[in-house]
Design a protein. Structure first.
Length: 263
């Protein structure tokens, strides 16, 4: 009897020792907390964002390949400026992105980095090597939860991080580019224009407000504080966002245009 009790004790100890950590630390390309998400059927891909629907005031333009699986070129245009980004693919695991300024661009502009190499793992960014004048200056690292959602990006020699807290398919709290934590209280039922972009990337522009070039971290459009009017298409994708002052005076609008695969 005593021998049997000892065997049961040893068996219980072994099972306890083999029990996995319920909350493992996030690791690049894996780890973190697990969130329930819904599979999104992608119907449209963003190709253009216009200021006040003016074709001469392109805030963002994206050139895709035929099946919308790769981005070839991006034009990013804050007010009074233009930056071009060329994407070159090396197999399925590396992408080189080179930013450039068109002729007659704002003369005092420069970039944090003039070339970046994106390294992918399971179709997600694992790391980005950042070069200036041919020299490696920084390596960004990306961390995901068990659902493949981005929860942290580290950069500037890992001294700076962007962090994200998810609820389903939407980020409900983020700290981006060191601007402090932002909590999102509510979302519309409309599809966020950036949601189908494949990468979270910085604009890499030194003399602009440093911000993400792409931030596809929401399936749905967050509700903004300054009064906004939305227009959508038949599939729920936002086609226009109109911004108003608090006295209900219209200030400006953004218009969004999309394509479908093989269009």
């Amino acid at each position: 009897m005593k021998k049997t009790a000892i065997i049961f004790c040893l068996l219980a100890f072994a099972l306890t020792a083999c029990k996995p950590d319920p909350e493992p630390e996030p690791t690049p390309g894996n780890g973190g907390q697990n969130n329930d998400t819904t599979e999104t059927v992608v119907k449209k891909y963003l190709v253009k964002k216009l200021f006040n629907d003016d074709p001469e005031q392109i805030r963002l333009a994206i050139d895709w390949n035929e099946d919308c699986t790769q981005i070839f070129h991006v034009r990013y245009s804050p007010v009074g400026s233009i930056v071009d980004y060329d994407f070159k693919y090396y197999g399925y695991d590396s992408i080189r992105v080179i930013p450039s300024l068109p002729q007659f661009s704002y003369p005092v502009w420069c970039f944090w980095y003039d070339s970046i190499m994106i390294h992918l793992c399971e179709n997600r960014i694992d790391s980005i090597c950042c070069y200036a004048n041919g020299e490696l200056n920084d390596v960004e690292h990306y961390f995901y939860n068990n659902s493949g959602k981005l929860i942290k990006r580290s950069y500037f020699k890992d001294f700076t991080t962007d962090s994200f807290i998810w609820e389903g398919d939407n980020v409900i709290e983020h700290n981006i580019m060191g601007y402090g934590a932002v909590t999102i209280d509510s979302f519309t039922n409309y599809i966020h224009p950036y949601c189908n972009l494949p990468f979270y990337l910085s604009n890499e522009v030194a003399y602009e407000i440093r911000e993400p070039l792409f931030e596809p971290l929401w399936k749905h459009q967050p509700v903004q504080r300054n009064c906004i009017e939305y227009e959508t298409d038949e599939d729920g994708y936002i086609t226009k966002m109109t911004f108003y002052n608090y006295d209900s005076t219209q200030t400006y609008s953004y218009n969004y245009y999309y394509i479908t695969q093989n269009q």
